[in-house]
Design a protein around this ligand. Structure first.
Ligand SMILES: C[C@@H](N)C(=O)N[C@H](C)C(=O)O
Ligand SMILES: [Zn+2]
Length: 215
């Protein structure tokens, strides 16, 4: 039987105005090349505390005609197990490797820290996100690498990316840090709420939409 979603989780699309979302693990456009377990009905769930902390970030961005673009939020533990199986399946797809982790074999991604065997995403207060124009659909602002590029160019303060890309990273970082998040030292897109409500819990409820209220 599936674990219940705690009542103090919120669907970001319901609480954050004009939010853009492109939950990559729900389809094939991600580093595994396939939809990920637990993402059959992808929705951006987070603890209400993390959702509330994102609100002023979005309000500041909207005033600049920008928006947050959510790439991943709460991640069920079964998705993390899926990543572990993928990394250990003995098959290396050359195109996916070239695109997402050219300098590391997929078997090395956990030890290198780009993937976690117990992910903070499963605690419900970690989010992968970037910036886009307010009315831009899902076209992200340039950040110097794409989401889930596993290499030094994705470290938040990497040198060797363009000025505009650095400015975009800094804007995202400054807003998120100012509103209570800490950033991964390896991934410019990955932020965790400092005062997360479930620091020791790793949830495994699958993503799904809220059932329609009965008439
Ligand atoms: C896979 C990537 N988006 C990510 O979130 N990596 C961290 C380390 C994680 O798996 O928790
Ligand atoms: Zn992440």
């Amino acid at each position: 039987m599936n674990e219940e979603r705690p009542p103090d989780f919120a669907d970001l699309l319901q609480v954050i105005p004009e939010l853009h979302c492109d939950l990559r693990y729900g389809g094939p456009d991600n580093f595994t090349g396939a939809p990920v377990a637990g993402y059959a009905q992808p929705r951006p769930w987070l603890s209400k505390a993390a959702a509330q902390a994102l609100l002023p970030v979005q309000e500041t961005l909207l005033a600049m005609d920008l928006s947050l673009l959510i790439l991943d939020a709460y991640r069920p533990a079964r998705a993390v197990r899926h990543f572990l199986c993928w990394a250990g399946d003995g098959v290396e797809d050359a195109q996916l490797r070239q695109r997402f982790h050219p300098t590391l074999a997929k078997t090395e991604l956990f030890d290198a820290g780009y993937l976690a065997a117990r992910s903070s995403h499963s605690r419900g207060s970690t989010v992968d996100l970037t910036l886009c124009a307010r009315d831009a659909g899902e076209d992200a602002l340039p950040m110097g690498t794409e989401f889930d590029f596993f290499g030094p160019a994705s470290w938040p303060h990497a040198l060797g990316i363009g000025l505009q890309e650095r400015a975009n990273r800094l804007l995202l970082q400054r807003l998120m840090l100012a509103h209570g998040f800490v950033q991964s030292p390896l991934e410019w897109w990955h932020f965790t709420l400092r005062s997360e409500p479930y620091p020791g819990r790793y949830f495994d409820f699958p993503l799904e939409t809220e059932p329609a209220p009965s008439a």
